[in-house]
Design a protein. Sequence first.
Lengths: 181, 178
Amino acid sequence: MHEPSSPPPSRPTPDALSASWEEDLRRGQAACGERGSVEDELAAVRLLRHAAAAPALDDETAGRVFEAVLAEVRPRRVRWRLPLWIGGLAGAAAALALFVVLRPEGGSSPADATAARASSPAVPAPAEPDAAGTAAVLEAQFAQLVPVERARLARRVTAARRGLLRAWVGDLRDESRGRVP
Amino acid sequence: MRRPATWRRVAVVVLGVCLVAAGGLSVGAARRRAATVALAQLVEAAEARADLLEGRGALDEAARALDEALTGPWPAAVDPAVGRPLRAALLGRWARLRLDAGDPDVRAAVRRRIEAHLEARGADGGDEDAFTARLYAILGEIYEAEGRDDEALAAYQTALAMNRALLERLLEDDAQVP
C-alpha cells in the first residue's frame, strides 16, 4: 500500500559525465527550432552538475584525467630569452672593463677576495635508540611533523607563485601601456 | 688632472657591472620561482594520483605513479628548500609502498635508491626536514632487516636527531606566538 505522504519516486539525476545532458540539450534546441553547437551550454551544465555532485570516476577515466594533468604539469625545456638590453649592457661592461684593465697606466690591481667558509656541522646529541621500537617512534614523530613541514613548503610555493603573478601582471601592464596610442 | 677621468671610468664600469648583475639576478629569480611552482604542481598531481590508486588498493600502481614523478624530468633551478623535501617526500612514500608489499627482493633496490638520494643531499649540504628524517628511518629499518645493526643504529640516530631538532624548532615557534 502506498503512503499518501511519501513523495513520488523521482528519476535519479544523471551525473556530470552522462551523455544524456547533450541529448536533452539537442532536443531542447530542436524544439526551439535552433541549430548549431551546444558545447558551451553542455560545459556549463557539466560544471554545475559536477559542483553539486562530483561523479565517481572509473579507473580508465581517472587514469586518462591524471595523464592529461601530468602531461600539463610535467616540466618542459624552456628556452630562457635574455632581454636584449642585458646582453648589450654585458657587452658594454665587458668592453669598458677590458679598457680599464688593459690600458698601460692602469695601476689598479685586482684585490684577492678569499671567502673562508667555516663549516661547523651541528653535532647531534647522542641518542640511545632501542632498535625494537625505534621505527615506530620515528613513524609517530613523522606523522607529527608532516603537517608542519607541508605548511612550510606551501608557504614557500605560495610566495613563489605570488612573485610570478606579480611579474606577469607587471608584464601585462607594460604591454597594455605600450599598445595604448 | 687625469684623476677625475679615471674615477669616471671606474664609476661607469661599476655601474655597468651592477646593472648586469641586477638583470641576471632578476632573470634567475623569475626562473627559480617558475621552476618551484612547476615542481609543486608536478608533485601535487603525482601524490593525488597515488592517493587515488592507493585508496583503490592498487598499491603497485600507486608506487609506479610516484616512481614516474621521481624518474621523470625534474625542473632545474628549483628553490632547494622546496625541491629537496618534496623529492624526499615522494621517495619516502614510494619506499614505504614498496617495502610494505613484503617483497624481499625489492628491499635492496629501495635501499640503494635512498642511499643515492642521501649521498647527493649530503654533497649539496641540505637542511633538515621531516621527509629526509623519514628516509633515514626507513633506511634504518632496511639495515635492521639485513642484519647490519651498526648501520641501522647510525641511521636511526640520524633520524632521531633530525626529528628532535625539528620538534625543538616547532616548540620554539609555538612559544614565540603570543
